[in-house]
Design a protein around this ligand. Structure first.
Ligand SMILES: Nc1nc(=O)c2c([nH]1)NC[C@@H]1CN(c3ccc(C(=O)N[C@@H](CCC(=O)O)C(=O)O)cc3)C=[N+]21
Length: 300
């Protein structure tokens, strides 16, 4: 029997309508609408699409948004000045600096990404990339949760997949997905309770010996490497749940990190690309923006 497809798009729509209802309550309580400020440096086409999708999602949820476009030639000092301006603007609830920043090869000026993320006020850090929010998560007292791993927790919870006591293998150790994902699932509790936490977690990466055997031990396999279709059927334990975080553009098509057709024949449940984890990332960004507005209004 082929795997159940986990419909991220549908679950994201559910979360977005919950956020929209909460925004309405917040605004009818006399608060200004939450506002998300996105900063886009350069003209990367994938980033343009993402920023546009995000603006549309904000509008549907009653969240205001502003987009500051800056040329690829922007210097680090100029970008830091923009972040400082947004930090100081009381109308701005959340700040997102779209990554990646343009590399020198793409006309960029060699901005240090870390310096920019470090400059975002932690109370407006809706990506949860700032060291304060990363540290709070590590200590098990998170404020903002990073959007992609939080979306995956929501997906598991809302489809009734428990991680408690199970072996989760996370392939990829990025600061944005792999590391926080592993931490969130290993902890005692999550935003969705202990059933979607308490996992035994292995972090695998490009230097892992016997990657196939390691992956095959997973009850839940989370692929977040950014290499198209690198997870093949033989790396999946029959009946495992497969979560594909990859968004790779190959020949103008979106493919995940999982070879979907063959994986679907082995797994019990799997997320498609597109329509899996991606839409949840945006839903959790809206959630974080509302949370930021509430915190700034002193209501959380
Ligand atoms: N500061 C920052 N924060 C981010 O969260 C961030 C970022 N920079 N830079 C780029 C990555 C990538 N990312 C995606 C989010 C949603 C989809 C998404 O909704 N994808 C749709 C398909 C969209 C399409 O067709 O292109 C899907 O998977 O179904 C994709 C990619 C957020 N990122």
């Amino acid at each position: 029997m082929p795997a159940t497809r986990l419909d991220g798009k549908k679950i994201a729509a559910e979360i977005r309508s919950e956020v929209a209802a909460d925004v309405e309550t917040f605004v009818s309580g006399g608060n200004p609408p939450p506002q998300l400020a996105a900063v886009l440096v350069g003209e990367d086409p994938a980033s343009q699409v993402y920023v546009r999708n995000k603006e549309r999602a904000c509008a549907k949820a009653g969240i205001a948004s502003r987009l500051d476009r800056m040329p690829a030639s922007t210097t680090q000092a100029e970008l830091l000045a923009k972040v400082a301006e947004l930090n100081a603007d009381p109308a701005v609830s959340g700040i997102l600096v779209q990554l990646p920043l343009p590399s020198k090869a793409n006309g960029g000026t060699g901005i240090d990404e870390r310096a920019v993320l470090d400059a975002i006020d932690p109370i407006k850090d809706v990506d949860a990339f700032s060291p304060v929010n990363v540290g709070l998560l590590m200590q098990g007292r998170p404020r903002f949760l990073p959007c992609t791993p939080h979306g995956i927790v929501q997906l598991l919870h809302r489809t009734g997949i428990e991680t408690n006591g199970k072996h989760v293998v996370v392939v990829g150790r990025s600061d944005i997905v792999g590391k926080p994902m592993a931490m969130m699932l290993a902890q005692k509790d999550s935003t969705c309770g202990p059933a979607v936490a308490n996992a035994t977690v292995t972090i695998a990466h490009s230097r892992t010996k016997n990657l196939t055997e390691t992956c095959r031990q997973a009850d839940i396999l989370i692929a977040a490497v950014g290499r198209p279709e690198m997870i093949t059927a033989e790396m999946i334990q029959p009946g495992a749940v497969v979560i594909d975080v990859g968004i790779n553009r190959v020949d103008d098509k979106l493919v995940g990190d999982v070879a979907f057709a063959e994986a679907e024949a082995v797994a019990s449940a799997i997320t498609p690309v597109p329509g899996g984890v991606g839409p949840l990332t945006i839903a959790m960004l809206l959630h974080n923006t509302l949370m930021a507005a509430k915190m700034q209004a002193g209501k959380e």
